[in-house]
Design a protein around this ligand. Structure first.
Ligand SMILES: Nc1nc2c(ncn2[C@@H]2O[C@H](COP(=O)(O)OP(=O)(O)O)[C@@H](O)[C@H]2O)c(=O)[nH]1
Ligand SMILES: [Mg+2]
Length: 636
């Protein structure tokens, strides 16, 4: 098969019994009705498929049911179509599902189409001309205005050649799909084939897929392997966007997969229940009240949703608005995906629109930035959208999140991020994986840190600086580790803060002691110096001072930091000079009596009781001045 051929999906649309399925058979040789019941009753219930390759174009036909009861099946087939084949019987003209299917195609953003005026053999030339006029009037001002209206008869074969030419012409005008994007295929059928196992089918929305690939089944988040592929009714090694595709999957039962699920490039797409959208209500629809329930359709998925207006409480017929959809089940959509809503009861198509933010937050009155954010998502360039995304979250925005929202490639994000960095509006906090943070938010974080350190100095004049971890904890989980690190680095670079080991301080922040504090500090040091190795309890020393205990404790901290005093155990503090004398004593002992010393000998040597001897020996071990050897110590 020619892999360079252009692949086009043609979907039928139109009222029941207008000759859609018969026309597909006349064009392709395949009757699209495949279910037993369809054949028996002579009506299309579910989607049917047929293929045709002509003049370098591979047409995948999706034949939909016209019956109003099966519109939901029609919807599953309609998404992903490039070109609509609107079928109108010459003897009946425009009927209810002609209108409904037409509305659906328009709301799904279908750009082009061809109108087949079927059963032309049943009417005379005058009737044909009249119906043509009626159709022209109906399509006026729509995406199908000016589209070819071609009389055909599946019976006599008349007009089929012209119809094929018109389809080829339409196919030429359709933009080639970008197969470099992440792979996504909404599933419309899942079944088992003897000897192969599970097979799913669908219209390949974006990217491409090859035999052997790993794919992710969503929303189940299950990784599966592609055993084999079929496209256009033949086995292929690779299938690309715009093709009807059957995928043979390993590692899953066909019953575990339903229409509406998606297979996709692993880790890129996300299932969601909350969407922010642009929603359009059709002119004949009833007013949509706050929190109205609707049937929601997108891709091949169908669920129930609740509509909450962002810029108005109620949506009037013919209006379009920014709205939030809270869905009952998870769907997999990205920005730009189209959807249809149908009235809850009785079920008729009442509107549709475009997904703007597929990972929307719960609506909140205080969320005043949302409208602007959604407008950026709706109309903005890649850079503007990234800026809006970064600006909306103090945490910044990760590549994973940006891709989950937009389906953009990581390389596109990197390029846009580089442009944004130049404009000084969004900074790249990390590049692999990419994390973006708005400069405004970054400046706020910097200011928060600076102000907190300032306050720390005010509240703790006797401490040299704030422990870095305490500062980190103060900012909380709303600030990313990367943001914290970058902000600290920035503040240090601007000389607004100084890092000293694990302490963050203001430049030039010195501890200034009052004369009273200076005296107390000396008294503490003196008390320990005098005590030698038989030190008093800390509490005893501190309570004898003329200043309050909390300040005295800080002075003790300063002395410990200055290494005038040394904490040997949680309860015992010694003066460094006393410890210096101790190590000299040990050296002398080693010379005179050898390197081994037991606890009794140590007590005798130093004149301390067991209460001091044990912690002191353990301290000496830690200092590597001694080493424990059984009951004794080896002096090192
Ligand atoms: N005379 C005539 N009958 C047709 C033509 N196309 C379809 N039909 C008949 O119209 C009926 C409905 O056709 P079908 O393709 O099932 O309609 P669908 O519901 O739109 O798919 C069938 O009995 C067909 O044989 C045509 O061009 N001429
Ligand atoms: Mg049919």
């Amino acid at each position: 098969m020619n892999t360079l051929a252009k692949s086009i999906i043609v979907g039928t649309a139109g009222h029941i019994d207008h000759g859609k399925s018969t026309l597909i058979e006349a064009l392709t040789g395949t009757h699209p009705d495949r279910l037993e019941e369809e054949k028996r009753r002579g009506i299309t219930i579910d989607l049917g498929f047929a293929f045709l390759e002509e003049n370098g174009v591979r047409f995948g036909f999706v034949d939909v049911p016209g019956h109003e009861r099966f519109v939901k099946n029609m919807l599953a087939g309609a998404s992903g179509m490039d070109l609509v084949l609107l079928v109108i019987a010459a003897d009946e003209a425009i009927r209810p599902q002609t209108r409904e299917h037409f509305d659906i195609c328009r709301l799904l953003g279908v750009q082009r189409g061809v109108i087949a005026l079927t059963k032309s053999d049943l009417v005379d030339a005058d009737t044909l001309a009249l119906v043509r006029l009626e159709i022209e009037e109906f399509l006026k001002g729509s995406f199908l205005a000016g589209a070819p209206i071609l009389p055909v008869s599946a019976k006599s074969g008349e007009g089929l050649g012209a119809l094929k030419s018109a389809l080829l012409e339409g196919a030429k005008a359709i933009q080639e799909k970008d197969t470099a994007r992440y792979f996504r295929l909404p599933i419309d059928r899942s079944f088992a084939v003897k000897g192969f196992g599970t097979v799913v089918t669908g219209t390949l929305f974006s990217g491409q897929i090859s035999a052997g690939d790993e794919v992710e089944l969503l929303p189940a988040q299950k990784r599966l392997r592609v055993r084999g592929l079929e496209s256009g009714g033949k086995a292929v090694d690779r299938a690309a966007a715009g093709q009807r595709t059957a995928v043979n999957l390993a590692g899953v039962e066909h019953t575990a997969i339903q229409r509406g699920m998606v297979i996709a490039t692993p880790g890129r797409f996300r299932a969601t229940r909350r969407l922010d959208v642009r929603l359009e209500l059709l002119p004949f629809a009833r007013k949509l009240k706050h929190r109205a329930r609707v049937h929601f359709h997108s891709g091949t998925a169908e669920t129930i949703g609740e509509v909450i207006g962002h810029d108005r409480a109620e949506l009037s017929p013919g209006e379009s608005a920014l709205a939030h959809l809270r869905l009952q089940d998870e769907v997999v959509v990205v920005r730009g995906d189209r959807f249809i809503v149908r009235q809850f009861s009785p079920v008729v198509t009442i509107g549709g629109g475009v997904v703007l933010d597929p990972l929307a937050r719960r609506p909140a009155r205080k969320d005043t930035g949302r409208i602007g954010f959604l407008e950026a998502l709706e109309k903005g360039t890649t850079e503007e959208i990234l800026r809006a995304l970064a600006g909306r979250n103090i945490l910044g925005v990760s590549a994973e999140e940006m891709i989950g929202r937009t389906g953009w490639l990581e390389s596109e994000l990197q390029a846009a991020a580089a442009n944004l960095a130049k404009s000084n509006t969004v900074r790249t906090l990390a590049s692999e994986p990419l994390i973006l943070l708005s400069e405004k938010v970054f400046a706020e974080i910097c200011e928060k840190i600076r102000a907190r350190v300032e306050r720390f100095h005010k509240e703790n004049p006797l401490l040299p600086g704030m422990p870095r971890e305490e500062l980190r904890a103060y900012l909380g989980r709303r600030v990313r580790q990367e943001s914290f690190r970058a902000a600290l680095a920035e503040l240090v670079q601007q000389k607004k803060l100084v890092l000293q080991g694990e302490l963050v301080k203001k430049p030039g922040a010195e501890i200034t002691l009052t004369p009273e504090e200076l005296r107390a500090k000396e008294q503490i040091a003196g008390a320990f110096a005098r005590a030698g190795l038989t030190v008093p309890s800390v509490n005893e020393v501190l309570t004898q001072l003329a200043i309050e205990k909390s300040r005295a404790e800080k002075l003790l901290q300063i002395l410990l930091r200055e290494k005038v005093l040394v904490r040997v155990s949680p309860e015992l503090i010694f003066h460094s000079e006393a410890l210096g004398r101790l190590s000299a004593l040990l050296k002398g002992y080693k010379k005179a009596k050898g390197e081994r010393i037991g606890v009794p000998a140590f007590k005798e040597l130093t004149g301390v009781t067991r209460k001091y001897a044990i912690p002191l020996l353990e301290h000496l071990d830690r200092q590597r001045l001694t080493r424990r050897a059984g009951d004794e110590r080896v002096i090192l």
